[in-house]
Design a protein. Structure first.
Length: 109
């Protein structure tokens, strides 16, 4: 699983360098490949437009077969985000998660 995360990190870095990842950034912590930080821009034509949102991603040992836990570090008001912790409700991610999905997809939806 670490190999998959390392590959995704390399792909995201390459896309960022090529200007193909202009809506945010994501990278693993230096000391823990299973914990990432990300920053995404609020979608155009939405109440979040113009905002920047910091996110923490915690990957389980069996990623990509199980999705990461996604937590907003920036306060955001959304019905799918738990107000006390910033975590996205598990059911939303688990219901649509497939092992073929990746970090870029997760951050872009």
């Amino acid at each position: 699983m670490a190999k998959r995360l390392a590959k995704e990190a390399a792909e995201l870095a390459k896309q960022a360098n090529e200007g193909d990842f202009d809506w945010g950034s994501a990278e693993p912590n230096e000391d823990n490949l299973f914990k990432w930080t990300a920053c995404i821009a609020g979608p155009d034509n939405s109440p979040y437009e113009g905002g920047l949102f910091n996110i923490e991603l915690n990957f389980p040992d069996n990623y990509p077969f199980k999705p990461p836990i996604v937590k907003f570090m920036t306060k955001v008001y959304h019905p799918s985000v738990k107000q006390d912790s910033g975590e996205i409700c598990d059911d939303i991610i688990k219901a649509s998660w497939k092992p073929t999905l990746n970090i870029r997809y997760l951050l872009h939806v």
